[in-house]
Structure formats: structure tokens, C-alpha cells
Write a protein that binds this ligand. Sequence first.
Ligand SMILES: Nc1ncnc2c1ncn2[C@@H]1O[C@H](COP(=O)(O)OP(=O)(O)OP(=O)(O)O)[C@@H](O)[C@H]1O
Length: 347
Amino acid sequence: MGWAPDAPTVPSPGSVPPPRPILDVAGLTLRFGGLTSLDDVSLRHHRGSVLAVIGPNGAGKTSLFNCLTGAYRPRRGSAHFWPTHVRGVTPWAPAAAPARRPRAGPAGRRTDAATDAAGEAMDGQAARGEAEDGEIEDGGIVEDEAAGRGAGPAVARRPVELFGRSPHAVARLGVARTFQNIRLFGDLTALDNVRVGVEVRARVGAGRALLPLPRVRREAAAVTSTAWELLDFVGLADRAGQPAAGLPYGAQRRLEIARALGTRPSLLLLDEPAAGATAAERRDLVDLIGQIRARGISVLLIEHDMRLVSAVADTVVVLAFGKVIATGTPAEVRADPAVIGAYLGTG
Ligand SMILES: Nc1ncnc2c1ncn2[C@@H]1O[C@H](COP(=O)(O)OP(=O)(O)OP(=O)(O)O)[C@@H](O)[C@H]1O
């Protein structure tokens, strides 16, 4: 399987390009009845970096993830996302047949209905296949640095709005997540769990895979091959045939990450990946997050373990009672009196 890291081009001294955003959240407000879970939250995440969101219990961290991934519809705010795609060398891309040109909606923008085709594929119906590459090619918004050269990251020049889209549509755009409470298909093998993730972005769904067409068989084989590669990446290749429910807790968390990576995200959201992990598993996790980042995938991380956060995060956003109370490097936020107060209950 051919893939290569989305290697950042090494700038010459003195010409360091400014960091580019992959996600820009502005004015996010989420309410449940009288409870304000997120209150005018704004943050910017730079492409290729690791951003950690920390905060005391109930601060709104998971609510933020739920808004970004389409599970919650916020009352106000925007989440601009710059989809990224490395044509032909995207990590863990199944070797599917060339994509047809996507159909554009009336405003030149793909619709959720189109991107939801992936969800249908997951449900065993025939994938229509036109959503390959998602928004990237929509309306010719691929940046010049990548367009037509066949290499290097293709980044949408204009961002797309994440809020208001379905979870499947968000996944198709290249945003994947894991959950605080692990959500694997317990009866399925580790390999099949990852296959489910890969099928979100491949055009072979369970129903389509039954068709006796050579091309469909090739696509299904590519999905399986990619799933093996991902299992190997997270150190679970030797557990491929085991039901997910029987795996140790730390292995289940790694399997969730592999499944999320199977959707070919350019932005990976990890919700407390170290929860319940042993010290050794935490060290492995630091290493794994570093390897994910080395493949050009931006990581947004919710984590309570400040040692882990300090080891992997470039920037930390601190939430308390639904508000951003600090943003900075791990060292900066650790020393911030407002952050210390929030954790001690005096903020
Ligand atoms: N579906 C929901 N219905 C009602 N209230 C909710 C819902 N989801 C979240 N909340 C509330 O929003 C607030 C923020 O919750 P959230 O789970 O986002 O916090 P958190 O920072 O992730 O907490 P923890 O660290 O404990 O996981 C809490 O008061 C929570 O009870």
C-alpha cells in the first residue's frame, strides 16, 4: 500500500511560513435549557499541530467535540474547517478507482446529502461514490501549492462550516474522533472494527462489496489492506482476529484511534485517550500521537493528564464553566493563576 507522510516542506531559514489554520472556532455557544455548556468559545487550531483542551469536570470539553462532529447543534457560533487532502499519498488511503468529479450544489458547495452517502455505505447500501475528495475539489478551491502537481498537501483555500452538518458529513470532510467512553463494535474483530472506519471514506460499503465485480473486489481488498496497516500502526496487528470486547482497555483505546484514522482524517479529535491507561500505555500514547502528527494529521486532544499534555501539545486551551479562561503553551497555562484557581475551585 503506497502512502507517504504529508511531509511539511522544510522552509529555508528566515522564510518560515506563518502557521495555517485548520480549524477556527468563533463565538460557540451551546445551551441545554437553562444551562450554558459552552459560552462564546473561540479557538484556533493550526495545521499539523497538537492542540489540547483541558479543564475541570463539566467544563464543556466533550460538548465542544460534540458540536464539532455534528452530534450537537450549537445555538450560536461558527467552526471553520480547512479540509486537507494529499492527492494519491494520503495516509492510509484505500487504493480506490479514480474519483468522479463531485457534483456541486446550487452554491457550488457539496451538500450534506451527498456526503451522507458515506453513511449509507456504512449501513450496507451502495455508496454513490461521488463524494470522494469531498469539499476539496468543490468549485476548484484547491490551493495552488498543490493543485495539479499530484504531490503535497491540497488544502481548501476557503474553509467550510462544520456546524449544522451531520456526523457522517463531518467525517467525510476529514474530521474523525474517538470517545471518552469507548465505542467499538464489541462483537466484531479488531480488523473489522478498523474496516468500518476505512469504509467511511472508501467507496466500498458492505452491500456494494457483495457485488461480484472485479473493481469492487479490488476496493474491498484495499480496505482490508489499509485496515491491516492501521492495526500495525497502533501495535495491534497480532490481535486482528480477536473480538474488540475481549481486548484489554488500553488496546481498545488504540483500536478506536486506528478506526478513526481509517476515515483518513486531516483533523483527529481524541477524547481523553489516556483515561484508565497504565503508565506504560501513556508513554506509548505520547509516541503514537507524535507518529500521527508526523503524518500531517492535526490533533485536537481532550486530556486531564498534564504530563501527557505537556509532552504532546503545542498549545493548550483551558475551559472552565464553558468559557475559555486561558490559551498558551503547556508551561504558560500551568503557571496561569486563573487556571490554577479553576482547578482548585477558587477561579
Ligand atoms: N446532552 C446533554 N444534556 C444536558 N446537559 C448536558 C449534555 N451534554 C453536556 N451537558 C452538560 O454540559 C456541561 C458540560 O459537559 P461536558 O461533558 O461537555 O463537560 P466536560 O468538560 O467534557 O466534562 P468531563 O471532564 O467530566 O468529561 C455539563 O454541565 C453537562 O452536564
